[in-house]
Design a protein. Structure first.
Length: 364
């Protein structure tokens, strides 16, 4: 009981501190990226906080798994350096004995990671997609930053506005450059706005000039207009068809087993079961010498996490491309990692037993 309670207390403190540090770093990185998107006109400024919350929520399974992994390695490493592990080993507590209390502490977190990966991850991604779609459906003139050139979503037009009008969603001093081979057109107007007609989006310009240049013949045509209306965005597919696999529910992935859906499913299942492998691997990788300070084992542990995480991404790509079936990929990657973690634990346990025997023999 003393052993279990001491280990749980130390692991809980280490996990809490690690989680706060990693969350702070990750949220700061996402905040910088989201502010950059808002400055470039990709997202609305008033949606930055909401978008940041969704992004943080969808990445929470990875953050929790990494925090738990680092907490296990750092806590057990400290116990090695403080010679606590020597005392436990001498009292008959082997390294494998640490697995049970660590798994007992990690069990609620592993269940939470599984729920987040299978249910919250697609929900968060779906909210992000809907948030961006709502912003795209707004007037382009309202979301273009004044004084900046911005490309349209289809990449065929470049917009520039001198300033936005107050309240009516229109813009003043509009410039539009459009290129459709072999014709390049330049349109400038005193004011402009975007209007929706069904699923089609039209740009309406007032009091301006349009110049068309035929790049093949060099012929140029210039026309003045009081009002000019042109198609700015073609009808798009339905919302259900546009949803990427990561924004679809786990049930949809199971009932619609396309390669891309199975690849996404392999990713979610991998996040759910990968935490168990990381717990076992963390116990096996923890080490420390009380006579010599160093953090090499923590660096090795971080490298192992990066490799495992990249292999998880690679397995998703393999399944999504149809190169491999989801079953062999999950079994090969996560089953292989489980076998490696158990082999490492048994090897470390054998090393501890041999060291204790040598010490006892030397005393005798």
């Amino acid at each position: 009981m003393l052993f279990d309670s001491t280990l749980r207390r130390d692991l809980s403190k280490s996990f809490g501190a690690t989680l706060i540090v990693i969350l702070t770093i990750v949220i700061t990185m996402f905040l910088i990226r989201t502010l950059g998107e808002a400055a470039g006109g990709s997202v609305a400024a008033q949606d930055v906080a909401l978008l940041l919350g969704y992004i943080s929520l969808e990445n929470l399974p990875t953050i929790l798994s990494l925090s738990l992994f680092i907490a296990i390695v750092s806590t057990l490493t400290r116990m090695y350096r403080d010679s606590e592990m020597v005392i436990w080993f001498a009292s008959g507590v082997g390294l494998l004995r640490f697995v049970v209390p660590v798994l007992r502490l990690a069990a609620p977190l592993l269940v939470l990671v599984a729920l987040l990966a299978l249910f919250v991850w697609p929900w968060g991604n779906r909210q992000i997609v809907e948030l961006r779609e709502r912003y795209e459906r707004r007037s382009d003139a309202a979301r273009i930053a004044p004084g900046q050139f911005q490309q349209s979503s289809d990449g065929k037009r470049v917009f520039f506005v001198d300033r936005n009008a107050e309240g009516d969603g229109s813009a003043r001093n509009v410039f539009v450059l459009e290129r459709r081979d072999p014709v390049e057109s330049t349109t400038s107007a005193r004011s402009g706005r975007f209007e929706m007609d069904g699923d089609d989006r039209f740009v309406v310009l007032d009091s301006g000039q349009r110049s068309e240049l035929d790049l093949s013949s060099g012929e140029r045509r210039v026309a003045q207009f009081d009002s000019y209306r042109a198609l700015a965005g073609e009808a798009t597919s339905s919302r259900a068809e546009r949803l990427p696999p990561k924004a679809r529910s786990t049930w949809q992935l199971l009932t619609q087993p396309t390669p891309r859906h199975l690849g996404e499913l392999a990713w979610r299942i991998g996040l759910a079961i990968g935490g168990i492998n990381l717990v076992l691997l963390g116990v096996g990788l923890a080490a420390g010498n009380p006579r010599r300070a160093g953090s090499w084992n923590l660096l090795v542990a971080l490298l192992a996490f990066v490799v495992y995480f990249n292999l998880l991404n690679l397995s998703q790509a393999w399944v999504a491309s149809g190169q491999y079936a989801i079953g062999p990929v999950l079994l090969g990657l996560h089953g292989g990692m489980l076998a490696m973690a158990m082999a490492l634990l048994l090897w470390r346990e054998r090393g501890v037993s041999l060291a204790l025997r040598r010490r006892r023999a030397a005393v005798v």
